[in-house]
Write a protein that binds this ligand. Sequence first.
Ligand code: DQA
Length: 147
Amino acid sequence: LRILLLNGPNLNMLGIREPATYGAATLQHIVDALQQQATAAGVTLQTLQSNAEHVLIDAIQQSYQQQDFIIINPGAFTHTSVALRDALLSVAIPFIEVHLSNIHARESFRHHSYLSDIAKGVICGLGAKGYHFALDAAVSYLQTHNQ
Ligand code: DQA
């Protein structure tokens, strides 16, 4: 089972960036912990962070028939990107949307997501644990749907 973790713009700044909102852990720390969880669960986890919308879109397109599930924190592209939505619809790979912060408790422009209605699930407001919950849910989903 192959899972792709995508992180969008400014998530490379975790640890430095608004720690009261996003936590003190760096993205590297989070990804290392997720790799351990993936290994323990017997799944392959590929990860990519990019500040560029087209790089995320290319990664989604390249996932066609190569990845079984996507976990994505699209950062601010959540609230702007019809193109990311279309890329996810194109490959028809099930995905979970993750946000560290509770986007519904923040500015109104963060309340809408272009991805949530086509996601298998959405996790927000639980900090880095949200990624772990998403990985756990992805593995369960694949175990029930892939054989
Ligand atoms: C975020 C929430 C977005 O609104 C914001 O633009 C981010 C991070 C989160 O993880 O809480 O960059 O996706």
